[in-house]
Write a protein that binds this ligand. Structure first.
Ligand SMILES: [Mg+2]
Length: 337
């Protein structure tokens, strides 16, 4: 049963409290049971009896915060498990504490130089293991919180470009593996400079906040990302989405419905947005930047055609898609819109 871990987090804000998970890896059933018993009130516990199982669980479970890793195990030993954890991006940053009966200094040095956070010698002292686990879980929680803050746009509260870049890279790789489409949209607030000039920067900031929130509400699927790309420009990432145009149209509508008066707009009486989007089936040879560049060109064209509109280029899995590499960036499709 998951247990909310408040004790490790008592110095953090309540809103930061989340379930922390510890994976215990030991070939000895008794050792696993002793550690699980010891920590069960501190965190959620997962168990693995060998290295292969541990690696599998670390890959499957997205939320492992800490691994207690036995060094001596038949088959793959703890050092090898750690080396493999570090070699995969998905598991590379999980904190690891070695728990071992090996007591010489070289063993300890080897473990630490492989990147273990700590080293505990068997027979364990329950109080010390508990304290060390607590400390490391707290560090992990603080690191996660910093990470979260560093990926959030200070003004609008939605994801920032740094977060987008990371999500885009993951989504790109997934799209190549899965053959699913990868949709991106670039969004720009129309006549925003005039808005700032007329209403002042404070009002401009508030308008951006409202637009950002409206975009985020209107997007809505779990893996969709709406991020501030810079200035009054936003970017969207929509993995697996085939029909981009209705969605961007919904966003355009949502911003219109905010009804923010814009006396200096030459497009409408209220704040509006323009959107350019591409539904792409990508392959190894394509460049992520080219896809964004393409969406940006469509956005530019939507602006030229009068703003407050959506232009989407729809890729086909069979047939027309994808012009490779450079071509994608330099030659926006004439069929756009
Ligand atoms: Mg062992």
């Amino acid at each position: 049963m998951p247990i909310w871990n408040n004790r490790c987090l008592k110095d953090l804000k309540v809103s930061d409290a989340f379930l922390q998970t510890v994976l215990i890896v030991d070939d000895d059933r008794i050792n696993r049971a002793v550690l699980a018993e010891l920590l069960q009130r501190e965190c959620r516990i997962l168990l693995a009896k060998d290295g292969e199982t541990a690696l599998q669980r670390a890959r499957d479970e997205r939320s492992i915060d800490l691994i207690l890793l036995d060094v001596s195990m038949p088959g793959m030993d703890g050092y090898e498990v750690l080396r493999r954890l570090r070699s995969e991006p998905q598991t590379a940053n999980i904190a690891v504490i070695f728990i071992t009966a090996l007591t010489n200094e070289q063993d300890e040095e080897r473990g630490l130089s492989l990147g273990a956070a700590d080293y505990v010698v068997k027979p364990i002292s329950p109080a010390i293991v508990k304290a060390r686990v607590r400390n490391h879980l707290k560090l992990v929680a603080q690191r996660n919180e910093l990470e979260r803050l560093s990926e959030k746009d200070g003004l609008t509260g939605i994801a920032n470009r740094r977060y987008f870049d990371k999500a885009f890279e993951l989504a790109w790789r997934h799209a190549i593996r899965s053959g699913e489409p990868l949709s991106v949209g670039m969004i720009d607030v129309d006549h925003f400079k005039e808005y700032n000039d007329h209403y002042g920067h404070g009002a401009g900031d508030e308008a951006l906040r409202q637009v950002a929130q409206a975009l985020e509400r209107a997007a809505g699927r779990p893996y969709d990302v709406v991020a501030r790309y810079g200035g009054e420009e936003f970017v969207m990432l929509l993995p697996g989405l085939h029909e981009l145009e209705p969605l961007l149209e919904r966003l355009r509508r949502a911003v219109l419905d905010l009804n923010l008066p814009h006396a200096r707009s030459r497009t409408a009486e209220v704040v509006t947005i323009s959107c350019g989007g591409v539904v792409a089936f990508v392959s190894q040879t394509d460049k992520p930047a080219a896809l964004l560049g393409w969406a940006d060109k469509l956005l530019y064209r939507a602006k030229q055609q009068g703003r407050n509109r959506v232009l989407v280029w729809q890729g086909q899995k069979e047939g027309l898609f994808l012009p490779l590499g450079q071509g994608m960036a330099s030659k926006p499709p004439e069929s756009a819109g």
